[in-house]
Design a protein around this ligand. Sequence first.
Ligand SMILES: [Fe+2]
Length: 372
Amino acid sequence: MVETQTKILVADDDDMVRTTVSKILEMFGHAVTSVSDGEFVADILDDSFDVVLLDINMPGMDGFETIKAMKGLEREIPVIFLTGAGSMDYVVKAINLGAYDFLTKPIEDIEIFNVKIRRAIEKRMFVRRDKRYKMQLEEDVRLKTRELEKTNKLLMTYSHSLENATVQLMSSLQNAMEEKDFYTAGHTIRVTEYAVLLGLAMQIPENDLVIIRRAAQFHDIGKLVIDLSCIQKPGKLNDEEWKLIRKHPEVGANIIKPLGFMEKEYFIVRHHHERMDGKGYPDGLGSDDLDTLTKILIVVDSYDAMTSRRNYRRNMTMEEAVAELKRCSGSQFDPDCVDAFAEAIIDFNATSDAFSQEYLENFKLVGRVETK
Ligand SMILES: [Fe+2]
């Protein structure tokens, strides 16, 4: 670092003192600026000065007022008071006001004078270094924080795209599985639409709409690993076949379990065949154990099963299915979900044009890709 010349400001109303002190300081290699009154100090003082020498008695602004004004500017420049003989009582006041040191005038011992000036300069250098260090530290922290934020953002984007890719892939598999079976084709898409419709009707938060949509998309994914031949066969399923098919919620939940970002969806998928009276499967959970999102899926999944064509029975009309939901409200289904869904599905079918626009907008909000 290049050593720059130290700058000292001298304020004294006595021409002789000002000139003498300035000369001595210049002799020791310092650059000196001198003023005849304290009121000029505030005007010219800036951070480039290293030490201020202040006389106490000056006609305009005395030394005490001047040091107070300097502190107001948050200057961290050491101030040395120049006190005349017999004015030692000022010293205490000067020190209390934050003066760094004091010198008696006339200056009799140049060596002592020089030592005091050097000490003040060292103090100033220490303050400067400390300030620089703190500023550098703050800047480093700012830079590191910015870098971390950037990395975090990248990681978040990366993680989101991974999540999306996973969801897309699983969704494609799920749809492909369904398309193989004429009777279940479109089931997942319809259930997902109904789930969002009911979610909107029940005014669940937007985050929950994302969750219920995903859970609906994957609720039957367990059927991917179950032999479909028994589902596709004409006629009713026998006990063995039912036993097998009743495993799909558990199997499906286990498929999505390793995906940490689908923790809530895991619960919904596992329990989408539970009943409010605890007689469902796989765990026999009851109304108190199930959350609203799971209750929503239970209703809309059953509604679609009733209204879509199965290989062993004809499909119900909307009115018949709604009546069936109401008949089983409280035992199989959550009453609030049934009431809200009955109203929403009737409205939806009656005013599908006007209603569907708003519905589809909301559907897009939660990430729906295909339309009906
Ligand atoms: Fe299912």
